[in-house]
Design a protein around this ligand. Structure first.
Ligand code: S3P
Length: 432
């Protein structure tokens, strides 16, 4: 598959589950590699991104059995037993793999080289290599370590106090993980509520981490972590595509079951509710320190909204699909303070403006966001994913409500985070 053709549908109905959370899946593998013993991870996201993390820990000597694609059994003796990888580690398109591994491997007394796809090699790495150098990690890399490939060697790290210049869960996680192997205390202050899965998972494993508002304190790990036994919740960022599809396609009613509802991830829910969306949370409970529940959505009339400040951080991965929703909202939608979108898998501000315009949307690009006037009747067009999974899925949802045919080019990247997305949509359509 490289291009997919999408035709409008007259309704979406049913109860579905989405694949496991991408952020939690990466962390589960990495924390299992830090543990002594055998960990079990169920509901693992077997998409392209997380597979890169699995291959990396295997290269370090962790044994991985796979009774089913979404079940991993990982056996490790802890980080002190990791071996120097024989070859470079390839992180594919995955920023989370590269940045979290940089923190962990920067603490190891051997050399590792991290590289990735052309897309990943264009993404900023100085935000992790700069503080890691301050902790004592030796870093070599393109443009003095600002871009991958990166070569890392550590061994004698010291804790630092560091205020993150941008709210980034990947950067804070890299520093937390390095801090577990540094002398003294590592104190990290974050400017906004970036996803806190690393903190929650480490706390659940009784690791030496304490949280106080926006300040995270990490002390050296004295013993390997205990093994994990984890069920990964459904990925809210994947559910987001189905939620918006359910809101926009006429006469729809969908329930997405078992979705992670960590408040650092659910900004889109709050914004959609403010726009008038009929979404309800059901069966909310806590699993492994994370809130999980079912989301029920019905077709709704939406109105424009302003999104800025901390809300941007809480919905950072949802802007492509949010932009599709905004094209159908009555009035003006303004997004600002979202310059980080320019350094995601691709420049998501430019891509959203360029591609949605091809479908007839009224959208103005701004340096740190965009302005959309709605509602617009979208029309089918040839649109490009730029190799970015979230763009491919956003255009697919736009195609469900557009007039005529929409062709999404380079759609195979959908499997980076949501294998089976197109099949699931086909299952929900009620017009066949
Ligand atoms: C992620 C953090 C976010 C997010 C990405 C996954 C993570 O990136 O956009 O999809 O798992 O830590 P940043 O840390 O660059 O904001």
């Amino acid at each position: 598959m490289s291009s997919v053709t999408i035709r409008p549908v007259s309704g979406l109905h049913g109860r579905v589950r989405v694949p496991g959370d991408k952020s939690i899946s990466h962390r589960a593998v990495l924390l299992a590699a830090l543990a002594r013993g055998t960990s079990r991870v169920e509901g693992f996201l077997y998409g392209g991104d997380c597979e890169a993390t699995v291959r990396a820990v295997q290269a370090l000597g962790v044994q991985v059995e796979r009774p089913r694609p979404d079940t991993l059994i990982l056996t490790s003796r802890g980080a002190h037993a990791w071996q120097e990888p024989e070859d470079i580690l390839h992180c594919a398109n995955s920023g989370t793999t590269m940045r979290l591994l940089a923190g962990l491997l920067g603490a190891q007394p051997f050399t590792t080289v991290l590289t990735g796809s052309a897309q990943l090699r264009r993404r900023p790495m100085g935000r992790v290599t700069e503080p890691l150098r301050r902790m004592g990690v030796q870093v070599l890399g393109r443009e003095d370590g600002r871009f991958a490939p990166l070569a890392l060697r550590g061994g004698d790290l010291r804790g630092i106090r560091y205020t993150l210049p941008v709210a980034s869960a990947q950067v804070k996680s890299a520093l937390i993980l390095a801090g577990l192997f540094a002398r003294g205390e590592t104190v990290i202050e974050e400017p906004g509520p970036a996803r806190d899965h690393t903190e929650r998972m480490l706390s659940a494993l009784a690791a030496p981490i304490t949280l106080q508002g926006r300040v995270i304190r990490v002390r050296p790990l004295e013993e390997p972590l205990p093994p994990l036994d984890l069920r990964v919740p459904g990925d809210f960022s994947s559910a987001a595509f189905l939620l918006v599809a359910g809101l926009l396609v006429p006469r729809s009613h969908l329930v997405v079951e078992g979705v992670g509802l960590n408040p650092t991830r659910t900004g889109l829910l709050d914004v959609l509710e403010a726009m008038g969306a009929a979404i309800t949370r059901e069966n909310v409970h806590t699993v492994g320190g994370e809130e999980v529940g079912d989301l029920s959505v019905r077709t709704s009339a939406l109105r424009g909204v302003d999104v800025h400040g901390e809300m941007v951080v809480r919905m950072i991965d949802e802007f492509p699909i949010f932009a599709v929703a905004a094209t159908q909202a009555q009035g003006t939608t303004v997004v600002r303070d979202a310059g980080e979108l320019r350094v995601k898998e691709t420049d998501r501000i430019a891509a959203v403006a360029t591609e949605l315009r091809k479908m007839g949307a009224h959208i103005e690009e701004r340096p740190d966001g965009f302005i959309i006037e709605g509602p617009t009747r979208l029309r089918g067009a040839h649109v490009d994913s730029y190799g970015d999974h979230r763009l491919a899925m956003a255009w697919t949802v736009a195609g469900l409500i557009a007039q005529g045919e929409t062709v999404v080019h380079r759609a195979e990247c959908i499997a980076d985070s949501f294998p089976g997305f197109l099949e699931l949509l086909a299952q929900l359509r009620s017009d066949d």
